[in-house]
Design a protein around this ligand. Structure first.
Ligand code: Z2T
Length: 832
């Protein structure tokens, strides 16, 4: 069989896999074969969706070939592996990604063209896998990409939600939520594994018994048993050599629901949510940084954590039987935030109650198994569960949590004798009106490593969130700065820039992103500047077409494309951006000759359905957009666009077209941000605060190539300590007062005055908790500097090039290497 390596372009990273036929001819034949035999159609009848299914099936053949080899190799080498536990994996689309990772994209494009089909249209048929809310879920997706790319044994564990994050529609300016039917026409990538079904228990009661040696034994008599059916999504590394899996659990009824036990537990009178087995994996909770506190959510967390642990232990026992002594050599579990933290008492339960290990041995295994990543300092996002709820759903786990806490508090007593305030602060249990279990404290105590996600965030985790834990466990708290995969976020989403870069510095930058620094020497080169900005222009032209199609709005493609894309949250301050737009609008009305380069402000954001003010901000953006876009006095200078249903696949179209990246959170609130990295990598200039990874981006690109503004964390802390009063700014700054008062009128909501008043109120009587007014003036000045810089085309081109050139640090490959060396201690396992 010919590998037809002569066919492969220099771009193809896979030309060294001999046993796969990656030729155009073979791909074409496979697509047609699947069209006939899998889809039951033919070349003449097939629509784009059928072509999408056939093309995916053709790629999946290659994927499964490599998957088998990877699994065999991991098995034979008995490798240590990381198990990435995450309630969210925001995968987006997979076809284009898998083609790129097999080096088959151009080949597939040409093959389909010969069949009379346009690959771009075919790719549009794939629904996004939106099994995540935002940054945290997308980070998990980037990390499993890097793990596979770098040949690390790894498995992602999560939930097979029937409905991912809601689809957003905008009706009369307001967000409405629609279900996300991502699997309606089947998913070509997932493999159902009924042979690996697991069962988990819920509810019931705990019986205390005495064992043979007279020791106390606990037996949990569950009230219900639920089945977990695993679906495997192959994760193809760049180069197509290693294919790992993402294993997602779907809940199913087991048929076992013991009403007698349930009643004996004393819950007959208790109000019970109707938690049918199938509802557990039904839908993703759409809250990004607020803890929902709902029983079903706790059950979701336990369901996937417990299924995953059983799966890990089954695999371990296949190689090591009942000998637990090597467990921590083989297994490390990374907890993506506290969502899977219930895995800690679950492993204790398995070791103590089932394997009958003594507590200390079990705890030692536990503490050497788990590592925990914290993703936020926002108090409303730090998970706490009512002890009563845990007692009802997981009675044995509550006992174990109390035992962990009891032993932990005696450690605290040793370190700080007699200090009860300290104990109250560090205790896993919060002794409020209603006793609460603090999952963050449990995670820090149960893990051997805890990390924040950017330098500043990790410092604040140590200094503000867990200072006593840092004193108690020196070295446990550490930093791993987030990263993004350059395969999806440059190579695949921005082919024009990728080709330009490869022409200049070679094509191995997707694997060695620091090579981009070679572009620095070209930053002053006129020819390269022109080529770079021509690419940006083409990407803007393409986005303008998309904007027209999605919203009907025409935008000037010579204008500055200014983009803010992220979940809608007050701390991210989309309303600061909006206030500035209103200020520009006023300046232009008052002075038609006001000097500014035309600018298109583009937003994408979903609000949590229960977050009223976030929804008001979306409404306000849309209402202001309607008014400005229709106002001939200003619409040659400013336009405002809100693109509905922001998601991974839309991000891939927006990011390559950005001139400006808005990263304007209140300092100290954005743990890292990752959109900031994606935009800068694609040559956008950041206007941002000294927050999250913006700080590290500024360090890389240099102060001349970023627009920093606003209060620093220290200044924010001082301001709030001193007693921040937003009215000081309202009364002392005419522009602030004017734009805020404008929101009370019916100028933007004709006939409906007051619709936008809650937004104004949040920044005045509401106390302006995110210091929007305090940063307004500095933000306005930074925007003037930015406008000034754009006037000088040469200067801007140089800055943009340097942004791309200096993003090497932010590849997720580097993040993964940091995790491997600091925490996971893995070895690569190449195949063959
Ligand atoms: C989330 O996306 C993030 C933090 C959360 O805290 C929850 C969600 Cl869903 C519980 C984000 C952070 O806001 C962002 O700064 C960070 O870059 C991202 O996680 C990945 O670490």
């Amino acid at each position: 069989k010919s590998a037809s390596s002569s066919q492969q372009s220099a771009n193809n990273p896979v030309s060294t896999i001999p046993e796969l036929d990656l030729s155009k001819k073979a791909f074409k034949e496979a697509v047609v074969r699947h069209l006939h035999s899998t889809l039951g159609t033919d070349e003449n009848k097939a629509n784009n969706h059928a072509w999408f299914k056939a093309a995916s099936a053709a790629i999946q053949e290659l994927v499964l070939n490599r998957l088998r080899k990877t699994q065999k190799s991991h098995y034979l080498n008995d490798t240590r592996a990381v198990h990435y536990f995450s309630a969210e994996f925001l995968m987006g689309r997979l076809l284009s990604n898998n083609m790129h990772n097999f080096g088959l994209f151009e080949t597939a494009q040409a093959a389909l063209q010969e069949l009379g089909v346009d690959l771009t249209d075919v790719l549009e048929e794939e629904p996004d896998m939106a099994l995540g809310n935002g940054g945290l879920g997308r980070l998990a997706a980037c990390y499993i990409d890097s793990l596979a790319t770098m040949d690390y044994p790894a498995i992602g564990y999560g939930i097979h939600y029937e409905y991912g994050l809601f689809r957003q529609e905008i009706k009369n300016g307001a967000q409405i939520e629609r279900p996300d039917n991502w699997r309606d026409y089947g998913n070509p990538w997932e493999i159902c594994r009924p042979e690996s079904i697991q069962e988990i228990s819920l509810y019931g009661y705990v019986e205390t018994k005495y064992g043979k040696k007279g020791q106390i034994q606990k037996e949990w008599h569950p009230g219900a048993i639920v089945k977990g059916l695993p679906w495997d999504i192959p994760v193809v590394g760049y180069g197509g050599k290693t294919v790992n899996v993402l294993r997602l659990w779907e809940s199913q009824a087991s048929g076992y629901f013991n009403w007698d036990v349930f009643n004996a537990g004393g819950y007959v009178d208790a109000e019970r949510e109707n938690v049918e087995a199938e509802t557990i994996s039904k839908v993703l909770y759409p809250n990004d940084e607020t803890e929902a506190g709902k029983e079903l959510r706790l059950i979701q967390q336990y369901f996937f954590s417990a299924c995953s642990l059983k799966d890990i232990i089954r695999r371990y026992k296949r190689a090591h039987g009942d000998d637990w002594s090597r467990f921590t050599d083989q297994v490390v579990i990374q907890l993506n935030d506290t969502h899977p933290a219930i895995a800690i008492p679950e492993l204790m339960r398995i070791l103590v109650d089932r394997a009958e290990l003594d507590w200390d041995s079990a705890w030692e295994i536990c503490q050497n198994t788990f590592a925990y990543t914290n993703h936020t300092l926002l108090p409303e996002a730090l998970e706490k569960w009512p002890a009563r709820m845990i007692e009802k759903v997981l009675p044995r786990h509550l006992e174990i949590i109390y035992e962990i806490n009891h032993r932990f508090l005696s450690e605290v007593e040793k370190k700080w004798p007699g200090d009860n305030l300290m104990k109250a602060k560090l205790s896993i249990i919060e002794e409020s009106n209603e006793k609460m279990v603090r999952m963050g404290n449990l995670s820090v105590i149960g893990a051997f490593a805890v990390n924040g996600v950017a330098e500043i965030h990790s410092r604040l985790v140590k200094q503000n969130l867990f200072p006593e834990f840092d004193a108690l466990y020196p070295g446990k708290l550490t930093n791993v700065t987030n990263g993004i995969t350059p395969r999806r976020w440059l190579k695949a989403c921005n082919p024009l820039l990728s080709d330009l870069i490869s022409k200049k510095i070679g094509n191995d930058w997707p694997l060695h992103l620091s090579k981009l620094d070679d572009l620095s020497t070209l930053a002053d080169n006129k020819t390269f500047q022109n080529a770079f900005m021509r690419v940006k222009q083409k990407n803007k032209d393409a986005l303008a077409k998309e904007i027209k199609q999605l919203t009907g709005i025409s935008v000037d493609t010579k204008a500055i494309f200014d983009i803010q894309i992220k979940r809608l949250h007050e701390y991210k301050r989309q309303h600061l951006n909006l206030l500035h737009i209103l200020a520009l609008y006023r300046r232009l009305l008052e002075n038609p000759d006001y000097e500014m380069h035309p600018r298109v402000f583009i937003f994408g954001a979903k609000a949590a359905p229960g977050y009223a003010l976030a929804k008001t901000i979306i409404y306000a953006i849309n209402k202001v957009a309607d008014k400005i876009n229709a106002d001939v006095r200003v619409n040659q200078k400013i336009k405002v666009v809100f693109l509905p249903n922001y998601r991974v696949s839309l991000a891939e179209k927006m990011i390559p077209a950005a001139d400006v990246s808005q990263q304007i959170s209140t300092a100290g609130k954005e743990a890292s941000g990752t959109g900031n990295m994606k935009l800068a990598l694609n040559g956008a200039l950041t206007i941002g605060t000294l927050d999250g990874a913006n700080i590290e981006i500024a360090e890389e690109v240099g102060d001349d190539n970023i627009f920093i503004f606003g209060n620093t964390v220290e200044q924010v802390e001082a301001l709030t300590a001193r007693g921040y009063n937003p009215y000081d700014y309202y009364y002392n700054n005419k522009e602030i007062k004017a734009v805020l008062d404008w929101l009370d009128s019916d100028y933007f909501t004709p006939g409906q005055p007051g619709e936008l008043s809650p937004l104004k109120q949040s920044m005045l009587d509401g106390g302006d908790p995110y210091l929007v007014l305090a940063d307004f003036e500095s933000y306005s000045e930074a925007n003037i500097r930015l406008d000034e810089a754009y006037k000088d085309k040469t200067r801007w081109a140089k800055m943009a090039i340097l942004n791309t050139a200096k993003m090497g640090k932010f590849t997720s490959d580097r993040s993964i290497e940091d995790y491997v060396s600091k925490i996971w201690k893995l070895e690569k396992c190449g195949i063959e």
